[in-house]
Design a protein around this ligand. Structure first.
Ligand code: AKG
Length: 348
């Protein structure tokens, strides 16, 4: 809703941007039906509308997709973190709806973390802001970091057996689907090292507060701490409750657009007690609705290795260019693909 403090011209402009965001759904859907990613212009229009309208268009789209492509009725599911009844899944989805995130009681198996860590040590990665644009890949040397962040290409992460086990996890998928309330796909995979490089946080390494807009209207991110995380080596920091709809605290912050927000301003808006550093042993796993404000704290020493999966509806995903078809598919992922091929369409 437009603010009373805005001039009539500004209000009219914001409404026009929301309207253009609504209109962008048409080219986005056409591309989806042709199995192509959302056009960048259409995604930008959705993002602008999200920002000027305090998420109103995203909420409307979300409601529509939930009706048109509803999630299946939840059934009990077992995965790497144990057995989750339909009631457990509902309880976790409710916790995410309340807080914006949920930390699982159990941790990922040691053998899975060891496999991902070995993979991440031997796989050359993109340093910092060069990201998808570069073809220069560099192996991470823990004693000699050359950037804030070493991000492994999605096409490489997706070939790692242990990461395929995360992709195949039926319980995590069921929890995401319960929360999102729509048919859900695996919409992206990232694995990266955050290092103690430099004198302070880097914007390009997502070390200042921001919200995401990877796959509008709604998505969830799964985070697995592959190395132990303490306050010194880069905990993910989430602003509890900041993902909720129509929050007045979000209105001004969102109206700035897709920008980084200084810590102090986030603390003033939500209270310092809401800014939670999520620390934990190796294997600690949590799931977060990153429409809420969050950042990775810049490591003061040591490093952090994380693996991340995005769950979303397939329609408007703009996470990153689609990776090439998988070369190797583990038996676990093969079984999952057989059960629900569409969940993995990004990788086939
Ligand atoms: O490094 C982190 O913990 C922050 C990650 C982040 O901003 C994201 O995944 O959107």
């Amino acid at each position: 809703m437009a603010s009373h403090s805005r001039s009539p011209v500004r209000r009219a402009k914001d409404l026009a941007l929301e309207f253009l965001g609504g209109a962008a759904v048409i080219p986005a859907l056409i591309n989806y039906l042709r199995d192509r990613p959302i056009p960048h212009k259409a995604w930008m229009a959705l993002l602008r509308a999200h920002c000027v309208g305090n998420g109103r268009l995203s909420d409307m789209l979300d409601g529509t997709i939930r009706v048109l492509r509803p999630a299946q009725a939840p059934t009990d599911a077992t995965g790497l973190l144990g057995h989750f009844t339909a009631a457990d899944q509902r309880r976790i989805a409710d916790a995410i709806a309340r807080d914006g995130f949920y930390v699982f009681d159990r941790r990922m198996p040691e053998v899975l973390c060891a496999e991902i860590e070995a993979f991440a040590l031997r796989t050359p990665a993109m340093i910092d802001g060069e990201m998808e644009q570069t073809t220069d890949l560099v192996s991470y040397e823990p004693q000699n970091p050359k950037g804030h962040l070493y991000k492994i290409r999605e096409q490489d992460s997706a070939e790692c057996d242990a990461i395929q086990s995360l992709m195949a996890d039926q319980a995590l998928l069921a929890i995401a689907e319960t929360y999102l309330g729509t048919k859900t796909v695996v919409g992206g995979i990232d694995t990266w090292w955050s290092t103690a490089y430099g004198n302070g946080p880097s914007d390009t390494a997502a070390q200042a507060y921001h919200f995401d807009f990877d796959a509008p209207p709604r998505w969830l991110k799964l985070f697995v701490y592959v190395t132990p995380v303490n306050p010194e080596n880069g905990p993910h920091t989430y602003v509890k409750g900041s993902h909720r709809r129509g929050l007045s605290a979000n209105k001004e912050l969102l109206s700035r657009g897709y920008v980084r927000i200084p810590d102090k301003e986030i603390e003033n808006a939500f209270g310092p007690e809401s800014c939670l550093e999520l620390t934990g042993e190796r294997g600690t796993t949590f799931i977060a609705d990153t429409r809420g404000f969050h950042k990775g704290k810049h490591p003061r020493s040591g490093h952090r290795l994380i693996s991340q999966l995005i769950y979303c509806s397939a329609l408007f995903n703009n996470h990153a260019p689609r990776p090439p078809k998988l070369k190797n598919v583990s038996p676990a992922l093969q079984a999952a693909m057989k059960k629900a091929a569409s969940v993995y369409s990004r990788y086939r």
